[in-house]
Design a protein around this ligand. Structure first.
Ligand SMILES: CCCCCCCCCC(=O)SCCNC(=O)CCNC(=O)[C@H](O)C(C)(C)COP(=O)(O)OP(=O)(O)OC[C@H]1O[C@@H](n2cnc3c(N)ncnc32)[C@H](O)[C@@H]1OP(=O)(O)O
Length: 219
């Protein structure tokens, strides 16, 4: 395969494209704690059998909190800047639905670079349920997509997913440790070919390939 999608030595600063950038170490620990609590809250709500009076009380408390916290909203599209070992700088979408550190709906999946590509571990709670007791296939595709995109970015070739193919090999359990890994397998002009898989107990439960297309402003 030809190698014409050349990696860039240094990724551009998203601030140059008008996006807000928040250094990771400036995120208040109180916010991260709140995100974790709301993440757990969603699972509790999805599975509660509390009685109606308790539910009404909880609903009023949540509505009050929503109004209070929503009064000062960050811009959609804000990015997080992370300093990595060796002085490397990485950017991610702050409220990314899969890996965003401030998104309570995100598992979140934290992906680290490896010699091969990227790898991370994640546990999906009951809010990611599709079939009874199992992870929803759309969420598995989302995890794969994120890993595939991050692998391309980590290789210095960030882009958008043009095509995603997923094979579901085994049922993926909820509330169990999963590993997600991805790597670049080839390039051709602006196309970056990537592959990824999700494993439980070492066994592949889902795997996928994607074509990421490097986009002009960040190419
Ligand atoms: C550090 C970053 C970490 C990021 C992690 C986040 C991961 C999450 C990734 C996502 O979820 S991205 C969101 C979902 N994807 C999108 O919203 C993309 C929507 N599609 C588009 O914006 C455009 O279609 C796209 C930018 C992908 C391509 O349009 P372009 O006009 O820039 O490219 P063009 O159509 O000229 O195609 C360029 C090459 O890609 C090929 N291509 C385009 N679409 C394709 C497709 N669907 N399948 C196969 N190949 C495709 C096309 O044939 C061509 O190949 P050749 O070089 O061989 O001529």
């Amino acid at each position: 395969m030809t190698v014409e999608a050349q990696p860039v030595a240094e990724l551009p600063d998203p601030a140059d494209f008008g996006l807000a950038v928040v250094p990771e170490d400036e995120l208040p620990s109180e916010l991260l704690t709140l995100v974790g609590r709301v993440h757990e809250l969603a699972d509790a709500v999805a599975h509660t059998e509390a009685d109606p009076a308790e539910l009404a009380e909880a609903s009023a408390a949540v509505a009050a909190l929503t109004e209070r916290l929503g009064a000062r909203r960050r811009d959609i599209g804000a990015m997080v800047r992370r300093q990595r070992p060796g002085g490397r700088t990485e950017y991610g979408t702050l409220a990314n639905i899969v890996s965003g550190p401030v998104n309570p709906a995100a598992p979140p999946l934290v992906l680290e670079r490896t010699d091969e590509g990227v790898r991370g571990e994640v546990v999906l709670n009951g809010t990611y349920q599709g079939p009874p007791g199992l992870v929803h296939g759309g969420w598995l595709a989302a995890l794969l997509d994120e890993a595939l995109g991050t692998a391309a970015g980590a290789a210095g070739m960030p882009g958008l997913t043009a095509n995603l193919d997923v094979d579901y090999r085994r049922p993926t359990p909820l509330n169990a440790p999963l590993t997600v890994a991805a790597r670049v397998t080839g390039t051709e002009r602006r196309k970056v070919f990537v592959s990824a898989e999700i494993r439980h107990n070492g066994e592949v439960t889902a795997e996928g390939t994607a074509i990421m297309v490097r986009i002009a402003p960040i190419g």
